[in-house]
Design a protein around this ligand. Structure first.
Ligand SMILES: [Zn+2]
Length: 241
């Protein structure tokens, strides 16, 4: 068989039934960024792939790369299956939204190690029974903000994104890509001090220590991240909760 062998660590973002017994996988790999792959016979009862080709599994994969856009899965070993995440409804839906954001935002075949590591950390957090707040909106928005940063679309938070003014930062403009001052707020939406502080703090802290904020501030944060990515990355994310 012509082609090359690719070995990589990857997380399953999406797994789709295909044909009689196959699966198509959307993977995010540590070494090559996004990979599309086919696992032939994966849905046969005695498949050597077992139940590992499901979303959130972190795998060590060997793939065959031929002329097709889809690589073919040759062998799989589980690095982490995140079993507690799978057993919790809120954690499952938080994990699904994280994978969905990844699918939309990171679609290139370029490795992005900070983004990959961030997804691993978030799944680990959702899998940790000690982290009771891991599936809450604060952690989801902290993840989303760090993901925007890793993808190169971090909003400007230090000074007005239009004119550079450091004071009177009262609005947020997705088009300008950050906070804006009272002179530049045309087209911006009202942005509270609480929302501003949440974004600055969340970027400075580890995921497991996401800051707390009022519901109104969190709605503004979600909108700020969403509009920044719409304008600059041309992607629309699903609701964060
Ligand atoms: Zn300004």
């Amino acid at each position: 068989m012509a082609g090359t062998t690719v070995k990589t660590e990857a997380i399953v973002l999406r797994s789709i039934r295909y044909g009689e017994a196959d699966r198509i996988l959307h993977l995010y790999s540590r070494q090559r960024g996004r990979i599309g792959a086919i696992a032939k016979g994966a849905r046969k009862p005695r498949s050597r792939f077992g139940g590992r080709l499901e979303p959130f599994f972190r795998l060590d994969l060997v793939l065959h790369e031929g002329r097709s856009d889809l690589l073919t899965v040759t062998s799989v070993a589980t690095l982490d299956g995140y079993p507690r995440l799978r057993a919790s409804g809120p954690a499952l839906s938080a994990g699904a939204r994280a994978c969905d954001a990844f699918l939309r935002l990171l679609d290139s075949a370029e490795p992005n190690l900070p983004a990959y590591n961030l997804l691993c950390r978030y799944l680990t957090l959702l899998d940790d029974p000690e982290q009771e707040r891991s599936a809450e909106l604060e952690a989801a928005l902290s993840f989303r903000l760090k993901l925007a940063l890793a993808a190169g679309f971090a909003p400007e938070l230090a000074s007005c994104a239009s004119c550079g003014e450091a004071e009177h930062l009262v609005g947020f403009s997705g088009a300008a890509g950050g906070v804006v001052c009272s002179s530049c707020e045309a087209g911006a939406f009202e942005f509270s001090e609480g929302a501003h502080a949440f974004m600055v703090e969340a970027l400075a802290r580890p995921l497991a220590a996401a800051p707390a904020a009022e519901p109104l501030a969190l709605r503004q944060v979600e909108r700020a991240i969403g509009e920044t990515l719409e304008h600059h990355a041309h992607v629309q994310l699903r609701a964060a909760a």
